[in-house]
Each structure stands twice: as structure tokens, then as C-alpha cells.
Write a protein that binds this ligand. Structure first.
Ligand SMILES: [Zn+2]
Length: 334
């Protein structure tokens, strides 16, 4: 399973071979190799710390704006700080028209950081469109390989376009610019090596979703991909309750009953949960038991199927949540 974690290596084996051919002899070779390594080191530091970049339109009023885009049954969350534009997941491949329109409406042309939580089609499906029509400066994912064609094409595009790439691990911190950071809480290396195996030996890629806590002064939001109960338990075991406490929760796995476990909600203590799900979706997301848990814990919730695109804005202290339509806590069945 580690095989593909290193496939999109932008200093890949071909590049190394080429460097070896050019610099194989003499003092000049040693000096060039030194500078080559220095450039590589500086670039890696920039990638992890997230410095540099922009090019995309930041919110005019400053602060931080987070939009859970209405892209049907899938995830696409646009984050704009004073310095960077970040996208977490890319919607489903069936929803590219909606996805493109949503990004165009926001005036996005450049994505400084693209984070793919896990390689399922409803999260990765729009990546091909992004690579084709937008400028993507850096890609982060969980390094979990699959044999799906759309996944292999995604890796090929990263390599062909020489886009900076990194597999995120528990403990990594990304700098989103403008005083906003993203603390990665899952997966661990061992989880990815295990490939998302469940107790009964099946593979569930959701379990290795990238989970991260965004922090901007007093504001915090927990991003969860499609993480489920074992992931939630693992995070609490490794990090404790304080590490997940957040004002806003991106409802894990489209509001499924397999996530948002009571112990997790108790630890996160969100005021608001944002659910990304499609109208009339076949999974009946968000599940009634999840909505009930939110209601019992006095967590306001918004859902893209009823509320359209949901916009969170914060100056790092207070925050507002603005639905495109409808009202909060819409408890109607899907
Ligand atoms: Zn999903």
C-alpha cells in the first residue's frame, strides 16, 4: 500500500536519474548537486509550511471565509484566507457542471492548496476538471492508493504538471496564510499502511480520511472528510479531547450515522455542524440519528441539500454562518 504514496513524487526517479547523469563527475558536479539539494530542501520547507503563493482573489473584507459548496452528493469546501485559496475535496465526477459554476461564481482561478481527504469519487471526482481548467499549485492527500482509473489519472496529472505533492500525516501542520493554520490529526502512517482495514477484514477508505483542525485566533473548525467511528476513536485516543474542540464541525461522511459518535461530539463541542449532501441522495444522508444527536447536543446544523452553499465568515473572533437559502436545523427527510 505504500507503493503509491510515493508515486506522485515530483522529484521522481526520472528526475533523479537525470540529475545523476548531469552531475556525475567533478567538483562542478558536487557544487551543482549541493545547490540542487538546497533548492529541493527550500521547496519542501515551503510546501510544508505553506509560505509563498496566492494569485487568487482573497476575500475583500479580509479575515477568513469558508464555503461549503452546494455540489450535490459529495464534498467541496472552499477556504479563503487573506493570502491563500484552499480547496478541500472536489465534488463527484457527476457534478462537474455545478462544481465549475460554483468556483467561477467565487472568482477562483488559482488554488494554492488542494487537499483530497480520501480517494473516493465523491471527493476526488472533480480533480480532473481542476487540473484542466484551473491552476493548482500544491496537492495534499492521505497517500492512500486505489486501483480506480480516476485515481491513477489524478496521480498522472500531478506528475505531468509537476505539481508539488505531499501525503499528510497526523502531526503535520499546514500554513494557510493570513494567520490561519491547519493541524492534521489523522491518518497515521500505520493506518495508511493498513489500508483502511475494518475489524472484519474489509477495506473502508473512509477510515483514512484526512482530518484536520483549522485554527484562526479564537475561531476553529474541524474538517473530517468521510471519517467514521474508528477514526474518531483513534483521534481521541492519540490526541485527547482538547485537540479536537472546535466551534464548527464539518459533519463527517455527509451526516452518516457511522460518524458523529456521541463521545466525539462531546469532545468537539461544536456550536454548528455543516453537512454536505445531495437532494434525494440514495443514502438518506443526513441520517435521522445524526440529526437527532445534533439536536440533543444543541448543535445547529446546515445542509447543502436544503441550504445551498453555506458560507462561514470570521475575523478570528466572532463568526457568521449564512445559508444561500432556507433555514438552519431543517429536519426534513431525504
Ligand atoms: Zn463521501
Amino acid at each position: 500500500m505504500r507503493r503509491c504514496a510515493s508515486v506522485p513524487d515530483w522529484f521522481g526517479s526520472d528526475a533523479r536519474r537525470r540529475r545523476g547523469m548531469v552531475f556525475r563527475n567533478g567538483v562542478e558536479g558536487v557544487v551543482k548537486r549541493f545547490f540542487s539539494l538546497l533548492v529541493m530542501l527550500l521547496f519542501t520547507v515551503a510546501l510544508v509550511s505553506g509560505c509563498g503563493s496566492s494569485g487568487a482573489k482573497a476575500p475583500a473584507e479580509g479575515g477568513l471565509t469558508i464555503k461549503m459548496l452546494d455540489v450535490g452528493q459529495g464534498d467541496a469546501i472552499l477556504i479563503r484566507t487573506a493570502a491563500q485559496t484552499i480547496l478541500i475535496d472536489t465534488s463527484d465526477s457527476d457534478e462537474q457542471v455545478k462544481f465549475r459554476a460554483a468556483l467561477q461564481k467565487e472568482g477562483v482561478t488559482v488554488i494554492d492548496k488542494l487537499i483530497i481527504t480520501h480517494p473516493h469519487r465523491d471527493h476526488l471526482g472533480g480533480a480532473a476538471l481542476l487540473f484542466k481548467e484551473f491552476t493548482v499549485k500544491a496537492v495534499y492527500d492521505n497517500g492512500q492508493a486505489t486501483t480506480q482509473k480516476f485515481y491513477r489519472d489524478y496521480l498522472k496529472q500531478i506528475k505531468a504538471k509537476k505539481i508539488a505533492y505531499k501525503a499528510l500525516r497526523d502531526g503535520d501542520v499546514l500554513d494557510f496564510g493570513g494567520g490561519v493554520s491547519f493541524q492534521v490529526l489523522s491518518p497515521t502512517e500505520a493506518m495508511v499502511e493498513d489500508g483502511g482495514q475494518t475489524k472484519d477484514g474489509k477495506i473502508n477508505l473512509n477510515l483514512n480520511s484526512v482530518v484536520g483542525r483549522l485554527v484562526y485566533n479564537d475561531f476553529s473548525m474541524l474538517f473530517t472528510g468521510d471519517a467514521e467511528l474508528p477514526t474518531e476513536q483513534g483521534i481521541l485516543q492519540r490526541h485527547g479531547k482538547d485537540a479536537v474542540k472546535s466551534l464548527i464541525l464539518k459533519s463527517p461522511h455527509h451526516g452518516s450515522k457511522t460518524s458523529s459518535s456521541p463521545a466525539y461530539l462531546k469532545a468537539v463541542q461544536p456550536k454548528v455542524a455543516l453537512i454536505s449532501c445531495g437532494t434525494g441522495n440514495e443514502y438518506h444522508h443526513p441520517h435521522p440519528s445524526t440529526r437527532k444527536r445534533y439536536e440533543e447536543d444543541h448543535i445547529d446544523f446546515y445542509r447543502t441539500d436544503r441550504n445551498g452553499t453555506i458560507t462561514v465568515h470570521t475575523d478570528g473572533h466572532g463568526y457568521t454562518v449564512t445559508p444561500e437559502r432556507g433555514v438552519k436545523n431543517d429536519d426534513t427527510e431525504n
